[in-house]
Design a protein around this ligand. Sequence first.
Ligand code: ADP
Ligand code: MG
Length: 618
Amino acid sequence: MDIVRKPIKQLKEQLINQIAAGEVIERPASLLKELLENSIDAGATLIDIEAEKGGIKRLTVRDNGCGIAKDQLGLALSRHATSKIARFDDLFRINTLGFRGEALPSIAAVSRLRITSRVAEADSAYEVEVTGEMAVSPPRPAAHALGTTVEVLDLFYNTPARRKFLRTEKTEFKQCDEVIRRVALSHFDIDIRFTYDGKPVFQTLSADSDITRNKRVARLCGSAFAEQCVYFEESDGGMTLSGWMGLPTYSRSQRDLQYFFVNGRAVKDNLISHAVRRAYHDVMYHGRHPAFVLFYSMPPDQVDVNVHPAKSEVRFNDTRSVHDYIYRTLHRAIAQLSPEQSETQFPLSTPGHNPSVPPVFGTHQGHGQRAAQQQFRHLVQEQLLAYEAMSGVPETAVEHRLQAPGGVGPDVGLASGVAAERQDIPPLGFAIAQIKGVYILAENKEGMVIVDMHAAHERITYERLKWERSEQSIRSQPLLVPVNLNVSTHEAALVETYGEHFVALGFDINRLGEEQVVIRAVPELLARVDLERLVRDVLSDLQTMGRSSRIEEANNEILSSVACHGSVRANRRLTIEEMNALLRQMEVVERSGQCNHGRPTWMSVPLAELDKWFMRGR
Ligand code: ADP
Ligand code: MG
């Protein structure tokens, strides 16, 4: 084949920009993201966004930030010019959203761009325009308050190929809207206004109190989410995780309400997703996704943000500890969504219903509640015995937490009348009756409680099995016929690296050759699962995450099904004592607000609600 050798030439500046722009400026939403980041970096407290026709015809961002000086306007538009970093070292302690000095020139290369800006010390604002071939007009005086307006017209007018990749105006608008929402969620101190095709889309005022922040979240994520989430905050050795965590009962079919910010930057990160997913795993239906708005902050030198041109990915120095911290913190917070927690932290209603000022986990966990429980120990102990008799399984997990002094006579017949007189009524109250062999009706301080008997028992059994597993070492079962598995060299190496990890879980798995491993024994609990798939999945997790939770997840699935089949079935008659025992057990067992499938196990109807039903004024 003949090859025509072409001369080597220096590319024109504009062409370089257009090539590079592909990385950052793919669509209106991506340029909007860059402009908003610039406004935030400039210290703006007010950002006004206007868009027309999907943001393709026009996209304008106006802010009240520090502005750009007249003699710097041209520089701002040249490539690799930035005010945010100066030296190589600065790359490792970035505390601005931007730092690459590429956004403005990249945008200018594919649109008609105008910047108008005024700094505090100048007597006037100045304006520059960029026309084809990257010719920047000389600054001319203009009218503008302190701050900057960047106006982008006719995106991709000179790069038709790229324009073809744009979707419908409606889709482009939606993406812009999402970008603005992310900024609004992560910068509560900024007033944001968004106008589309001349009509206001939304406006959020800066929020500096719990109430205004909650309102803003409700405005941006919907009131259903706001009613079914809890706020929490946790710090540990320079790391802080906080935010709004959707209750497991508010699961979604899509991952469309998941916001995770690292040092104020919205990021997509497999490691983080994995940690969050795992934390919710136990309480989430298969195929359902949790909703959350979470903020993670850490020292800037522990995280590399210079990973992806769009700056939407990060790399952590210590992946393992970040993963574990996020997982542990969320897992604990979810575990605390038990009835006991609910009673002290938010009004009893549907598990975790609508805290107007959300509770903070971790710090003050119902001390008054504890004292009340002390007095009930003998009672509880009594009821546990009844429970034990009912379920036929000896208590283990809960017993040690209750250690009754013993000896106090039985206090049965605790139904309605007596309960009402008592001062210290446990969170889930006392049982009154069983309805249709499925539900337990109880009365507590607030009013009425209804429990799904089977779901509640299933959760309790599951937690107990898990606890037992954690107390005993996992039993290993040798395979009659060892299983050989062909894997990649890298995966085979992982088997060697994580040898101990596998042994601890009851596996006997060894590297046979360059690309082969052999499985000789498996944990007893897993003897019946698809081994080959499990091991492959685990290896692929190890490869991407540096660790794996799949073995545990598979374990839990089995436990969960054992729990389901071993639990009180519907239509079994329970005595009042047995029902009370179940209620007491629910109060102590973690996560009993949801069954293993993420359905609620109990609901409460406060007296006020009952009054409403019967239009009874009080
Ligand atoms: P980067 O943000 O990575 O520095 P940009 O191309 O986005 O690169 O912007 C170049 C420079 O222009 C910034 O470093 C900043 O000094 C200035 N700049 C851009 N937008 C604004 C703004 N809205 N307010 C103040 N300065 C701005
Ligand atoms: Mg920038």
